[in-house]
Design a protein. Sequence first.
Length: 299
Amino acid sequence: MNHTHSTRTDQLIGALQVILAGICWGTLGIIASKLADLGFDSFSITILRIVTAGVIVLLLIPKLLPELRGLTFKASFGLIMQSLIGVLGMTLCYFYAVNHVGVSMAVALLYTAPVFSLILARVILGERISATSALLAVVAVIGVGCLMAGADSFSFNSGVLIGLLSGVCYALYGILGKKAMSKNHSSYLVFFSSVTISAATLLILPTTYQTYGALFELPVQAWAFALGLGLIGTIVPFFLYMSALQKLPASTASVFTIVEPLTAIALAVFLLHQPLTIIQMIGTLLIVTATAANALIKR
């Protein structure tokens, strides 16, 4: 009985961690738009996000040194793939989609992730697909579609395919992270490697140094935005998400991340005074229902 209660409590904590992660990720749009106003394009914003976060998480090295020393090549390869696909790959695909199909459609395509997560978690982790999980994932994705409907003009192009690929990458971030932790890697290590490996990859590119050169010439406010992007929009949510995956199945955690577009819409309503349409209200209701049911229904 105590074990069941403990498991239930862990699941609730895990759910809250993913919801908080989603809220943090939901601030990315507002912060990124401020940096865009200062003249940074979407790839430069990607660099500022990942590299700034990569530098900050180097503070974890003393804590992780024993674990880092014990890494085998095979284990390192798994962590490298999780970072390059789940962090760098997802971010690049997402911003490519933003440029080709607009922000709203790109967000909707990114949040096909719960459906991909359901399928890939079954294939890679052997997680059971329950009828409830499948239904909630579909309801949540329909909700995102309603939330984003009609905000941007839409035509089918490469941006749609790359946008769907961002959803696949997003799903794989959690699934490959969960797989790494099943091999006795701590959530700290998986979080650390997911950020630093992508940051190290970006340091190879001259564009990275040009981007920070441009940032140096701007007022302190620009640095605050870059720090917010790295800390609030990257480090805090990725850490919370990795920690939650120790308590939840990857497919369940993925549905909770749906609160991110919900947060983005809420910020647009309250900070930018953009009104919600009826279809967006329906989408909001579907997302809240799916998220609440995902937390409360015992499977």
